[in-house]
Structure formats: structure tokens, C-alpha cells
Write a protein that binds this ligand. Structure first.
Ligand code: SF4
Length: 414
């Protein structure tokens, strides 16, 4: 028997019981009986065989292939991590429930499923998470659009509710209608046109401009506009060696989608080795100077190499991202590098970025679906809560005013 937690406009509450759930699989070393487990780089837990549940309150779940073969009026779909959710486009109509299976902790593909269902396919019906769902995941799950969670009978509903904290807003924003909607649409259209004009002007005026992309949503927006307009603006990225695997994977995916080459700059291996020998691989947690030194080695020096010989660079920075970016200008002079610097999204809101991604079907990092709002190095970035500054998830152990890595000084506007 499982506890279901539901969310609606009045907050979260325990509703009742879900259908039959498979018992949790006890951790078992995959290399059991084959030597010292510490020397093996293998998963320590075997994946459960089959789905985490076979039934919901209304009957048996259908797998995605079964649903596509013959959708049942009022039936429920159970999606697995490897399913291609896009196959449901135009085929969801009569589903009473879509459930997403998280067969093991650490597999984030279920978050991407929810994001696609809500944001790309416009699914507005019940969406449930089940499987290896734990109390501390519940908040992130709610954020991407899950409105119920089936916890195992041995998990505490009270802990899960506590994890939701003050969360009391349903995933859907209040609809904007009438004149307000028209104004918002016109404002957004103007921002898109201005972005396009700015990029065209940069391409005309500058000899060797380049976009420094972290594969964040903002940088993907600028990349999309550059590619759509066929502008002679290079795109490069910095692979610090500490990025999330999702970010690394997105480099190739972006190249494929837009048919462009993203040049990758990496830190000097000897400088990294010297840092690790002196401070340890994670020495950045110990002090701001040690953190800044790590950023200098892994980000700033590679950026200088990437910008050598150029006369302009472009970023996806926005003013509302952080206190340190509140005065950001659309066009600046990077005096240290003696070149122009453009921030064409300076005045954009996060809603603008999402609206652009929606309109032009821009591929977004799977990390957003997991609750990240700022994309950075894996050990220095965490999920943020609603209302927090998007950069609050970066170097969270430091004071707000130290939260820049040295890539952006943003000092001289023109
Ligand atoms: S963000 Fe963290 S891991 Fe990445 S370069 Fe800076 S200190 Fe190092």
C-alpha cells in the first residue's frame, strides 16, 4: 500500500493509497564476490526488473507502446525513463493519469518527461511520480509539474510534506487574458525582434565576434537566434572538467540540432594538477580565494584563450539573475581584454527565456527539469527554491556579493 500526496491550489495534502507497488530492492554490490568494491567503478545497486508499479486506483497501467497501440478511454500510462515522450504528441487526450517511473535514485530522465509533457505537449492532466521517489525529491518534482507522488508504504508522508515547505502554488501560472495578454505578447515579440537586430548589427560591425555559451537556457536562446539568422558569429564553450554530464552531452546535441561547431576550451592540465596537489580536488569549498583560484584556472584562463584575437564577445547574462548583475548593460566595453562585450538578454525575464524556448522549440538542459536555474560546475551548483535568486544555487556557501567567477566583470558601460 502506498501513500499518495497531491498538490493543488490550496497546497499539499495526503489523499490515500495508490495501487500495488513493488517492494524496494535491497542494495547489492554489483561485483559481489569479486574483490575490493572500492576499486570497482560500477553501480552498487542492481536495477529492479520491470516497472515500479503495475496498477493505479483505476486499474492496470499501460506502458507507452501499449497506449500507442490502443489508448483506453480513462486509462493511465506509466512512462519509463527510456520512453520517447514526444510520441505522445496529439495522443494524450483521453488519459485519466500519466505516471512517470523513477526506477532508481539518480536517474533524472523522469524530470525531463514531466517538463516535456507540461511545456512542450501542453499536458494539463494529472501527473504522478512513483518509484524511487524520496521526501527530499518531492519539492523538485512539484516544480516540474508533478501534482501527486506515490510514496512507498515505508516512507513518511509527513517528511515529504515537510520537504515541500511553504510550497503552496500549483505548477500552472494564473492565465493571463484579454488586453494584458495582448500587451505581454507584443512586449515579448519586440524583445525577440530587438535580439535579432542586435545580433545582426554585431555581425555587421565586428570582425570576429563569438558567443560564450555555458549551454544555459539563455545561451541556447542566443545560439538559436544566431543559427536561425545564419549569422557569422562563432559559438564556444568552456569545459571546466567539473560540468554535469547533462551539460557535456548538450554540446553534441546542440551541434547536431543547429548544424554548427561549438569550439570547446579546456583548462591547462598542469595548472589543474598543481591546484589539486596544493588544495585537493574540492579545495574551492574551503575559502573564497581558493574558489576563485579554481575558477581562474578552469574558466578564466580558458576564456582568455577563447577570446584571443577577437574583437567582441556575447553573453546570455540577464539583470534579474543576481544582485551582481543588476546594473548590467546591453553593450559594454571589456577594458581588460580591449574588446566589445554584448549582453543582448540583459532586460529579459526568465519568463521571456522560457517563452522563446517554447516558440522556437529550443533544446533545454535536462538540469532545468531537475530544478536547477543556473548552469555551472556540478560541485558548485545546486537546485534553488521558489523566490530565490537564480544564482543562489551557485557557490551557496559564500556571500551574495562574491558570486561571480571572474568571467564577467561588467564594469564599464557605454
Ligand atoms: S565553479 Fe567550482 S569547480 Fe567550477 S571552476 Fe569554479 S570553483 Fe572550480
Amino acid at each position: 500500500m502506498s501513500v499518495i500526496i497531491e498538490l493543488d491550489s490550496s497546497g499539499s495534502r495526503v489523499r490515500g493509497v495508490a495501487g500495488e507497488r513493488a517492494a524496494p530492492v535491497p542494495p547489492k554490490p554489483a561485483n559481489e564476490g569479486h574483490g575490493d568494491v572500492r576499486k570497482k567503478i560500477v553501480p552498487l545497486v542492481k536495477l529492479p526488473a520491470g516497472p515500479s508499479a503495475t496498477h493505479w486506483e483505476g486499474g492496470a497501467y499501460l506502458s507507452l507502446p501499449q497506449w500507442l497501440e490502443g489508448a483506453e478511454e480513462g486509462g493511465a500510462i506509466l512512462l519509463q525513463p527510456s520512453d520517447d515522450v514526444r510520441e505522445l504528441r496529439g495522443r494524450i487526450g483521453n488519459a485519466a493519469l500519466i505516471a512517470v517511473d523513477f526506477p532508481r535514485i539518480g536517474d533524472g530522465r523522469g524530470y525531463s518527461h514531466a517538463f516535456l509533457l507540461r511545456q512542450r505537449l501542453g499536458y494539463g492532466g494529472p501527473l504522478r511520480a512513483l518509484g524511487a521517489v524520496t521526501a527530499d525529491q518531492v519539492f523538485a518534482l512539484a516544480r516540474v509539474g508533478f501534482d501527486s507522488f506515490a510514496l512507498r508504504a515505508d516512507q513518511s508522508a509527513e517528511s515529504a510534506l515537510a520537504a515541500l515547505g511553504t510550497f503552496s502554488v500549483p505548477y500552472q501560472d494564473a492565465p493571463v487574458s484579454g488586453a494584458d495578454a495582448d500587451r505581454a505578447q507584443a512586449d515579448f515579440d519586440a524583445k525577440v525582434r530587438l535580439l535579432e537586430r542586435t545580433l545582426m548589427r554585431i555581425a555587421e560591425r565586428q570582425g570576429r565576434p563569438a558567443l560564450a555559451s555555458s549551454l544555459s537556457a539563455e545561451d541556447m536562446v542566443v545560439t538559436d537566434a544566431i543559427a536561425r539568422l545564419g549569422l557569422p558569429i562563432d559559438v564556444f564553450t568552456l569545459d571546466t572538467g567539473r560540468l554535469h554530464q547533462e551539460t557535456v552531452a548538450q554540446i553534441a546535441a546542440t551541434e547536431q540540432r543547429y548544424g554548427l561547431k561549438i569550439k570547446v576550451y579546456r583548462p591547462d592540465a598542469r595548472a589543474v594538477a598543481a591546484y589539486v596537489a596544493a588544495h585537493g580536488a574540492d579545495g574551492f569549498y574551503e575559502s573564497v580565494p581558493q574558489r576563485k583560484l579554481c575558477c581562474e584556472i578552469r574558466k578564466v584562463e580558458p576564456l582568455s584563450r577563447a577570446l584571443a584575437g577577437r574583437d567582441a564577445w556575447i553573453t546570455g547574462q540577464r539583470r534579474e539573475q543576481a544582485m551582481t548583475r543588476g546594473q548590467l548593460e546591453e553593450a559594454e566595453r571589456d577594458e581588460a581584454r580591449d574588446m566589445a562585450k554584448y549582453n543582448p538578454l540583459a532586460a529579459w525575464s526568465w519568463a521571456d527565456v522560457l517563452a522563446y524556448a517554447e516558440r522556437f522549440d529550443v533544446p533545454m538542459s535536462a538540469l532545468y527539469a531537475r530544478g536547477y536555474l543556473s548552469i555551472g560546475c556540478e560541485p558548485c551548483t545546486k537546485v534553488v527554491r521558489p523566490g530565490e535568486d537564480p544564482r543562489a544555487g551557485r557557490w551557496w556557501w559564500e556571500q551574495e556579493d562574491s558570486k561571480e567567477c571572474g568571467l564577467h566583470t561588467n564594469v564599464i558601460a557605454r
